[in-house]
Every structure is written in structure tokens, then in C-alpha cells.
Design a protein around this ligand. Sequence first.
Ligand code: COA
Length: 152
Amino acid sequence: MIRVATLADLDAVADLEVDNLGVDAWSPGLVEQAITDEHASLHVWVAEDDDTGEVVGHAVAAVVDVTELQRISVAGTHRRTGLASALLAEVVRTAERAGVERVVLEVREDNAGALAFYRAHGFVELARRRGYYRDGTTAIVLARDLTGTMAS
Ligand SMILES: CC(C)(COP(=O)(O)OP(=O)(O)OC[C@H]1O[C@@H](n2cnc3c(N)ncnc32)[C@H](O)[C@@H]1OP(=O)(O)O)[C@@H](O)C(=O)NCCC(=O)NCCS
């Protein structure tokens, strides 16, 4: 099940950040700011294991003039079961409701799994940003236009 995150999810989301995003993980403080965003442009969702209720995935998106997908992750134990696709569908639904026509994101060029995931969901490369990440890795900027499409 996908639902909006609350402060009760803070520890679980902070753990997902560390486990799944490694050197790029947000601190618990940043996760808390995202969950409690006072400008209401940042949205945080979690994916629950339907059997145990455990929080096993999360996504964060800023919905402004474009929608920027800032984080998406699923626990290693629960990958390839469609949870990230369900999280992305929620991001797309929220963007469409806000009248936003494009979702953009950056991904490390060495993250083959994530690149395959985004390509499977219709994202195309817009640009490359050399040295974007702290360890010097290049970022690939991907985008998906929503106009005239259905949430997937
Ligand atoms: C990328 C990530 C979020 C995908 O999560 P997921 O829940 O496993 O994705 P889904 O099950 O919804 O995958 C949907 C489709 O995307 C593609 N896909 C997903 N992961 C893939 C992988 N590792 N290799 C190849 N294709 C992949 C497949 O087409 C898949 O469909 P299939 O399983 O029927 O073949 C997950 O691997 C992850 O958390 N990675 C670490 C964090 C990360 O890199 N996040 C992105 C940062 S930009």
C-alpha cells in the first residue's frame, strides 16, 4: 500500500535513506523537514508491506512548476515487486492533479538498476551534469512529460 508519510515514519524513512541511497542519504533532520514541509510543495510517500505493515519504500517529490522526483527507494528484500512503480504512479497522480506537465530527476550514471526502472516508465535523457554527486559521479537528468498520458 502507498500512503502519505507522517512523522511516525521518520525513523523508517531515515533507515531507507541510509540503506538504499548510501553516501547520498538525507539525514533524519532533512527527512523530517520534508515530511513536515511548511510550504506544502514537498510530498513524501511510503510503501508498506501489505502483510506486515512494515515501511519498505519511500519517495519524495517537489511539486512546483515541474515535479522534481528527489528520492525513490525500495528495500532490497522487496525489489522487483512493483512497489517503486506504485510510488511513482502516486507521484504522477499528484503532479497531474496540480496541473504539472513534466517530472524531472537526476540519477547517477552508474546506477543501472534505477536507469532501467526510469526507462521502463518512459523517462528520457535531457542532460548530463559532470561531477554532480559528492564522489564526483556524473548525474543524468531524466524527464517524462505527462501531457496527454495516463499515470502508470
Ligand atoms: C530503482 C528502485 C527504486 C526500483 O524499485 P523496485 O520496486 O524494484 O521497482 P519495480 O519493481 O517497480 O520495477 C518496475 C520495472 O522497472 C525495471 N527495473 C526495476 N529495477 C530494475 C533493475 N535493477 N534492473 C533492471 N530493470 C529494473 C523493470 O522493468 C521492472 O519491471 P519487472 O520487475 O517486471 O522486470 C530500487 O532498485 C531501489 O530502491 N534502488 C536503490 C535506490 C535508488 O537507486 N533509487 C533511485 C535513485 S535516482
